[in-house]
Design a binder for this molecule. Structure first.
Ligand code: UDP
Length: 422
């Protein structure tokens, strides 16, 4: 195998299109992860093809991001938005379309990296057909998710089976935090290989603007106390906890307080419905005048919002990793986060921010007060946060770790791959 072939990878993200705008319904951390990993790998000499499902007929079928990195949209099922729990039925078509594309272009891949269980199933089919190593990242584990919701969807048993197969049969699983690895071992299977490689963030983009400039550009006064949320409108993100926590804090009646809730939504869709519900709660607790909903925050503005904030709050009920936390930290802003999942890995309690039990309004309220009441400490937490991201979570560092893992897997004999266990 020559070097060009040995560094050629198919990144598969059936439902998370890496080429779309982020921050809207079902487009969040996974899309960012795949896109950033793809681009960073290309800079390290990989030929990167990122495969996703075409979900709008007018979208281009191929998007070239850089010389060696492109998104390929395969037709599998209707070219329209399909909720992720319903996409599994089109996965056979996705596998066929990918193989057809590969043959037409005469492409050989040396490795496949799949994202989320739906793509994981696709990866296991391709592993059989192509005899190349498959790496999988879960992004979310059914076994964890189903513990926190009351209505279990029809697809649950299929998902749990596929997730177990992935862990036991893929050549390696990438856990993005030690906490996620623990969950895989305790809830999914004791078999299979697991490597820990965190998610990353762009440490040049986040942190490029200082607080004063950021506030000037957003028209926020120097003495305003800004509490920021960034993310999708989804009940599991816990925005309600944040609104109630701010409202219960001693800052509620202070005219300097500003709550910013950033994220896209479409009327009538699940995120539009959640945004309406949150707006209702904001009105109920008397915070309408102090709260801004800027909508989806684009790539250019995101670093500005993070830099302008006094504190960024990530109140998720569960979070396998949580990119927003490290983006805020890279921008020198302390984070208050739920004491769950990957947030326990990224946010160091009392050093880069504070952790609070999920859904615990009183604990979030107290944490917000502690940070807003002590500007000196807030600054110190922000400085520590930036340092932690520089040391652990830069995309180039993450891509180097993936590069080493991939090359190790490619060099191993297929038989030793399937027998290895962590
Ligand atoms: N995001 C964005 N604009 C928005 C809201 C969110 O670009 O208005 C991005 C955010 O910066 C982050 C991603 O969406 O990179 C969300 O990832 P995270 O892991 O925090 O949550 P997920 O959406 O995967 O649950």
């Amino acid at each position: 195998m020559n070097d060009k072939q040995s560094k050629s990878i198919a990144l598969i993200s059936v439902h998370g299109d890496p080429a779309v705008d982020i921050g809207k319904e079902e487009a969040g951390g996974q899309n960012v992860y795949v896109r950033q990993v793809g681009e960073a790998l290309a800079r390290q000499g990989w030929q990167v093809d990122m495969f996703t499902r075409a979900s709008e007929p007018e979208q281009p079928k191929i998007v070239q991001h850089s010389e060696n990195c492109r998104t390929i949209r395969l037709v599998a099922g209707p070219e329209e938005f399909v909720p992720r729990d319903e996409i599994f039925g089109y996965c056979h078509d996705f596998v066929s379309a990918l193989l057809e594309f590969k043959d037409q272009e005469n492409k050989e891949y040396s490795l496949i990296h799949t994202n989320y269980w739906i793509s994981g199933w696709v990866g296991l089919q391709l592993q059989q057909k192509l005899s190349i190593p498959v790496v999988h990242t879960y992004h979310s584990l059914g076994a964890v998710k189903y513990k926190s919701i009351s209505t279990i969807p029809m697809i649950a048993s299929t998902r749990l089976t596929v997730e177990k197969d992935c862990l036991e049969q893929a050549d390696c699983i990438v856990a993005t935090s030690p906490q996620e690895k623990e969950h895989m071992r305790s809830l999914v299977s004791s078999k299979g290989n697991i490597a820990i490689v965190p998610c990353g963030t762009d440490i040049e983009r986040f942190g490029a603007i200082n607080r004063d400039e950021a506030r000037k550009s957003l028209g926020i006064a120097a003495d305003t106390k800004v509490v920021l949320y960034v993310g999708r409108f989804d009940k599991r993100k816990g925005i309600e906890t944040l609104v109630r926590a701010v409202s219960n804090s001693s800052w509620h009646n202070d005219s300097r307080l500003q709550l910013i809730i950033g994220g896209g939504s479409r009327p009538g869709r699940s995120d539009g419905i959640e945004r309406e519900r949150i707006e209702g709660i904001v009105a109920e607790v008397g915070m309408t005048e102090k709260t801004i909903f800027p909508g989806r925050i684009g790539d250019e503005e995101l670093p500005v919002y993070y830099a302008a904030a006094d504190v960024c709050v990530v109140p998720s009920h569960y979070e396998p990793f949580g990119l927003v936390a490290i983006e805020a930290m890279a921008s020198g802003t302390p984070v208050i986060a739920s004491d769950v999942g990957g947030l326990q890995f990224t946010v160091v309690n009392e050093q880069t921010g504070l952790l609070a039990p999920p859904k615990d309004v009183a604990a979030f309220s107290q944490a917000i007060e502690r940070i807003l009441n002590d500007s000196q400490w807030q600054k110190q937490l922000g400085t520590n946060a930036r340092k932690r991201v520089e040391e652990k979570f830069s995309w180039s560092g993450v891509a180097s770790q993936l590069n080493d893992l991939y090359l190790r897997l490619i060099k191993q004999e297929p038989s030793s791959l399937s027998q290895a266990s962590a």
